[in-house]
Design a protein. Sequence first.
Length: 74
Amino acid sequence: MKITVKLFAGFRNDRFKVADQDYPDGATVGDILGALNIALPELGVALINGRHVLPEHVMEDGQTLSLFPKVGGG
């Protein structure tokens, strides 16, 4: 299935900003994080078509997944 993946902030380093990528049917948000070498503890927010989802969420063909890292500061 084809998924549009959008990466934000530090997740873009040595990766991409936006890419259409193929994943197997039944892939979860967590599977995509793994394929991108992004550790789950680094994830701040995952959105599918603008709605918050958990790493266990099963993706569907044609969806857009936006990934934001945790933000720290003070």
